[in-house]
Design a protein around this ligand. Structure first.
Ligand SMILES: CC(C)(COP(=O)(O)OP(=O)(O)OC[C@H]1O[C@@H](n2cnc3c(N)ncnc32)[C@H](O)[C@@H]1OP(=O)(O)O)[C@@H](O)C(=O)NCCC(=O)NCCS
Length: 179
């Protein structure tokens, strides 16, 4: 599997990060404690943290193990979020975030749908799955709206350090290949 450097939806451009995106990431969402609340990392305290993140994204692309796209609004060119896939047993795992000022407009559902469509074009992908904190209803709703089925709760699955020092229970959602 080698993902394309970019994907387009009616409102969004998803593209591979570049080193000079770090300042934008920091400004747009990296330092926002509301955005990172249910994520596995603490808010960035400076552009250096965003630079480290971009370096990690590019290492993922280079090693062919995980692929993060930054999400831009096509009309304004603004950075609005990111979405990432990690190769996993029989498919991929999905993670995403959106800058707070862009929540509630259906943008992430649009991005997730495009990535899922792309993923199932690859005959080696049988399963696309994602988890979200049991207290993150907006994320659960995005997954339900884009056709994921809730398979259950993974107990103490993921450490979300902005909420607790104890790993959190997460809903597990998946879509599987139909044939
Ligand atoms: C989760 C997130 C990506 C959603 O993005 P978005 O573009 O606002 O999502 P959409 O507009 O496509 O859909 C959100 C849905 O959740 C619903 N929703 C939002 N907040 C909710 C809440 N507190 N309770 C119940 N439903 C909620 C919205 O009404 C909408 O559903 P609808 O279209 O049926 O009305 C965004 O909130 C985000 O970036 N959060 C922080 C990062 C994060 O938690 N990422 C996911 C980690 S698993």
């Amino acid at each position: 599997m080698m993902p394309p450097d970019s994907l387009e939806t009616p409102r969004l451009l998803l593209r591979k990060p570049r080193p000079d995106d770090a300042a934008l990431i920091f400004q747009s969402y990296g330092q926002d404690a509301e955005v990172t609340r249910y994520l596995m990392w603490r808010p960035h305290t400076g552009v250096r943290d965003a630079q480290d993140a971009v370096e990690k994204f590019l290492n993922g692309w280079n090693s062919g193990t995980q692929f993060c796209w930054l999400i831009f609004a096509r009309d304004t060119g603004e950075l609005v979020g990111s979405i990432a896939v990690r190769k996993d047993q029989n498919g991929i795992n999905l993670g995403y975030l959106l800058a707070r000022s862009h929540w509630g407009r259906g943008l992430m559902s649009e991005a997730v749908a495009a990535v899922v469509r792309w993923a199932f074009e690859d005959p080696s992908v049988f399963r696309v799955w994602a988890v979200c904190d049991v207290e993150n209803p907006a994320s659960a709703r995005v997954l339900e709206k884009t056709g994921f089925v809730r398979e259950g709760v993974l107990g103490k699955w993921s450490l979300h350090p902005n909420v607790s020092d104890i790993p959190r229970d997460c809903y597990c959602y998946a879509q599987t290949r139909l044939n």
